[in-house]
Write a protein of this length. Sequence first.
Length: 120
Amino acid sequence: MTDCIYLHNIRAYGYTGFLPEERALGQWFAVDVKLELSLEKAGQTDDMRDTLDYRQVIQQIRTTIAQERFALLERLAYVLLEQLLAFPLVQSVTLRVTKVAPPIPDFTGQVSIELHRTKG
């Protein structure tokens, strides 16, 4: 399959982290998603019912980050991936979840987890 929808830099504030202050104070997360699905019918019909409404994907990601609390970034990424695979038209998901400013002394970079799964 070669059809894809890309969503970049979906930001949400959440409470996932190993350190107690991460779970208490929270931090910003950014998510990038590649969704593989057939866009042929939507391309032919120009009808929203024949495609994935990516507003729902964005809302799902933001809601999960804001409401769920996990110790590991890996767990957050896995839960998001499973939720996105549950959308009916989606066949494959590549997802990157980034801690925008992880609380690591003398480190000004970012930390990301990337997962890829295909249905079936």
